[in-house]
Write a protein that binds this ligand. Structure first.
Ligand code: NAG
Ligand code: NAG
Ligand code: NAG
Ligand code: NAG
Ligand code: NAG
Ligand code: NAG
Length: 747
């Protein structure tokens, strides 16, 4: 059910899709190869390796990007795309434009033809090509190889009534010549000629041109009236012309319209801005200016921003900046200024920001300006700051004295307006409760990287009601946790809502046991005694638990050991009992056997008379020593021999005896032989040699018994007795018996 529904949905989806595709068939193809925006107004075909514009681009397209392809001749049928506003053909292989290239592209505003292979102006039909594009505002032809910007007999003249921005950066243009090449561009406002090997700018005539970019152009000289024919020029960017100097005073370059001038990274020895009475912003940094003479900027009454940083300015006069009544920003940093004439800035009523960083000033003071609010005197080797240093600066709000050599701040430096005091990276080691006493507006104080050791007191800031921010990082704070002041100050600094510093920036440097810890880490237990107690409690609890655990463990181990022992003991006892039992049984058996024997057999030894001396002599000699005759055979070797013998049928008795129960047979024999007690005792102490046993065994009527001995390994007792009584007892037919006499079992 559900499946079929899904199927139908899918089907529906495909149908609709197909319909859409069907409906807008001609967009299909282009949007396969290119990225089309949802409303088809933007088509991006960049980096597709195309040699021509793809077919079937929607007529709605306003932005077509075919950059970075392999198009070598201008696409001849863009003419339909009358909605096109932006055409990017940069990064292709074009080297010419047909006259009617932009036919019908009346909406086109931006044409980007940069990074192609145009070399001559003639090949792009400059007179005609832009005419149909009546809305064209921006033409980018940068990174081509035009080599000149010329107008000889008007043939190379680019003509467009609408074009406002012509970009010719990096075009290897080395000269501008002929009658003004801009004369065909009656609306031109921006001309960019950056990165061309231009030596001079000349022949530029345009009543409309406002911005001229000639950065990095190898310019070395500009004749003083060069901008006279650019009456609308407002913005001039001439930086990075490493050889460029401005003409001298008598012949100063002039432009009444110029407002913005950037001649940084040039070869300027003298600012020479006299000719720019309307200049608003001048950037002259990274030049070679060594000094500034009197009334250097007297004609720049409208100047608002002057950057003279990164020069070699060693001195200036007290009236150097006279006339700069509109100047708001003056940057003199990274110069070699050692002295600031006292009245230098007094006649600049608008000056609010002064940068003097990285000069050779050794003291604060001597600067007087009623308007100055931001003063940067960082990295200046300043070692002295006077109590009244800031008194000449009644509007000062922010002073940066970082990276100096200050080791001491006098009591009661006073300023009614100062809000931000940056004393980072100096050598200050102490302040007191009157240091900032006269800075009622102080709201941000930064002393990163100084040499403070004693923790401050919040009383130091009793009169700084607006204090919002303290930067205390990177000092050598000695954390004396017992001192209440430290806690008070810590709270003062870090407690919301008047937090002034992150607590992790407050690091102890001594005593040695807390180096590198934050104040809080170092003093946590001093400041939170309950926490400490709790912690001690925890410790105690931990110890108790440990001890109890250990005891339990020991108990357990002991119990186990004891049970094991007991069980082993029980087993042992059981074994012993069994052994005992076995013995008992054996004994009983033996007694029974004895009794039987008593009834049935006389002692065979009684039947055999001992051999006479002569007989004994005639007996065969023993192989073994006489000693071996007395062995009862409990040893292992004996035992083994005995075992071997058990293979034959007849020697069980012998074996049993050898295995250690000789006494049994001894007893049997004794009881059998006689009831005489004395004899019994005598004989009992004697042990029979095995030969005698054999003799017994071999004697007619001897019983054969087999008894298996008690097996300690199996923990069991097997007693087997085989009794065979032969009747009638035959008299002994052998008068002697010998162990080494061969018997049937040995064969
Ligand atoms: C451009 O011309 C080709 C034929 O040369 C044609 O197939 C294509 O659709 C045209 N493109 C446009 C955008 O009209
Ligand atoms: C065209 O595409 C290139 C590369 O994707 C991009 O850098 C460029 O900005 C695009 N041009 C326009 C006009 O969006
Ligand atoms: C220019 O557009 C018009 C319609 O706006 C059309 O009739 C004419 O053929 C187009 N010209 C070219 C060269 O495509
Ligand atoms: C033209 O395209 C280049 C990239 O090829 C780009 O850097 C440049 O900004 C574009 N010009 C304009 C006017 O958009
Ligand atoms: C200052 O500018 C005026 C015009 O505003 C001009 O007449 C005068 O010569 C300029 N002074 C110098 C020293 O160039
Ligand atoms: C500064 O502290 C000293 C004691 O160290 C005290 O006598 C004096 O009144 C304090 N001054 C202010 C302004 O708090």
């Amino acid at each position: 059910m559900i499946l079929s529904r899904i199927w139908s949905l899918l089907l529906l989806f495909f149908i609709t899709e197909a319909e859409i595709l069907d409906f807008d068939d001609h967009t299909n193809e282009a949007c396969y190869t290119c990225y089309c925006s949802a409303d088809l107004t933007s088509v991006d075909c960049s980096h597709r390796g195309l040699t021509n514009i793809p077919n079937g681009i929607s007529l709605k397209v306003t932005k077509l990007n075919v950059s970075n392809n392999e198009i070598s001749s201008f696409p001849n049928n863009l003419s339909n795309l009358y909605n096109l506003k932006s055409l990017d053909l940069s990064g292709n292989l074009l080297n010419s434009l047909p006259e009617n290239a932009l036919q019908n592209l009346t909406a086109l505003e931006v044409l980007n033809l940069s990074r192609n292979y145009f070399e001559s102006w003639l090949s792009i039909n400059p007179n005609e090509v832009l005419k149909p594009a009546t809305s064209l505002k921006i033409l980018d032809l940068s990174k081509n190889k035009f080599t000149t910007l010329a107008n000889l007999a008007n043939q190379e003249l680019l003509i467009s009534s609408s074009l406002e921005t012509l970009i010719l950066n990096s075009c290897e243009i080395n000269s501008i010549h002929g009658r003004s090449p801009l004369s065909g561009l009656i609306s031109i406002r921006v001309l960019k000629l950056n990165n061309n090997p231009l030596l001079r700018i000349q022949n530029l005539i345009s009543s409309t041109l406002k911005s001229l970019y000639v950065s990095n152009c190898q310019l070395s000289y500009i004749s003083h009236n060069e901008f006279a024919y650019l009456p609308s020029l407002v913005y001039l960017q001439m930086s990075y012309n490493y050889r460029l100097q401005l003409s001298s005073t008598s012949n100063a370059l002039f432009s009444n319209s110029l407002r913005y001038l950037d001649i940084s990274y040039c070869n300027i020895f003298r600012p020479n801005l006299y000719g720019f009475p309307n200049l608003r912003k001048a950037v002259i940094k990274n030049n070679m200016i060594r000094f500034l003479k009197s009334i250097e900027f007297i004609n720049n009454t409208k100047l608002e921003y002057l950057d003279l940083s990164y020069n070699n300015i060693g001195s200036f006069k007290s009236d150097t900046f006279r006339g700069l009544s509109m100047l708001r920003y003056l940057d003199l940093s990274w110069n070699e200024i050692a002295q600031i004439p006292e009245e230098s800035f007094i006649e600049m009523p608008s000056l609010t920001q002064l940068k003097l960083a990285r000069n050779y000033l050794n003291r604060v003071g001597h600067i007087k300006s009623t308007s100055l609010s931001i003063l940067d005197m960082s990295s200046c080797e300043i070692s002295i700051i006077g109590k009244d240093s800031l008194e000449g600066l009644p509007s000062l709000i922010d002073i940066d004295l970082s990276h100096n050599l200050l080791s001491y701040i006098p009591d009661s430096v006073s300023s009614n307006t100062l809000k931000y005091l940056n004393l980072n990276y100096n050598r200050i080691s102490s302040i007191n409760n009157v240091t900032f006493f006269m800075l009622p507006r102080l709201s941000g104080l930064s002393v990163i990287g100084n040499r403070f050791t004693n923790i401050w007191s919040k009383t130091y800031f009793n009169s700084n009601l607006y204090l919002e921010r303290l930067d205390l990082t990177d000092n050598m704070w000695r954390c004396d946790c017992i001192d209440d002041n430290m806690y008070d100050f810590y709270e003062f600094v870090t407690l919301e809502p008047n937090k002034k510093e992150e607590s992790f920036n407050l690091i102890c440097n001594s005593p040695i046991n807390v180096i590198g810890q934050t104040w809080l880490e170092a003093c946590y237990f001093h400041w939170n005694p309950t926490e400490k107690a709790r912690n001690v409690d925890n410790l105690i609890w931990f110890l108790i638990v440990m001890v109890v655990g250990l005891a339990l463990c020991l108990l357990l181990v002991n119990t186990i050991r004891r049970t094991m022992k007991r069980r082993l003991g029980a087993i042992q006892a059981e074994r012993e009992r069994q052994v005992e039992e076995a013995r008992d049984r054996l004994r009983q058996l033996r007694i029974r056997a004895e009794q039987e024997a008593l009834c049935n057999t006389p002692d065979p030894r009684d039947l055999i008379a001992p051999p006479s001396y002569d007989e004994a002599l005639s007996m065969p000699k023993l192989n073994a020593s006489s000693h071996s005759l007395n062995e009862t055979g409990t040893g292992k070797t004996k035992r083994r021999r005995g075992r071997r013998k058990t293979k034959s049928s007849g020697d069980l008795l012998e074996e049993t005896e050898r295995n250690g129960d000789a006494r049994v047979f001894d007893d049997i024999e004794l009881t059998e032989t006689s009831n005489d007690n004395n004899r019994h005792r005598r004989r009992r102490n004697r042990r029979y040699g095995s030969h005698e046993i054999n003799e017994l065994e071999q004697s007619p009527g001897a019983r054969r018994r087999r008894m298996s001995e008690y097996n300690t390994l199996d923990d069991s007792v097997t007693v087997e007795i085989e009794t065979e009584v032969e009747r009638p007892l035959r008299p002994r037919n052998r008068r002697y018996s010998d162990e080494n006499q061969p018997r049937e079992s040995d064969f």
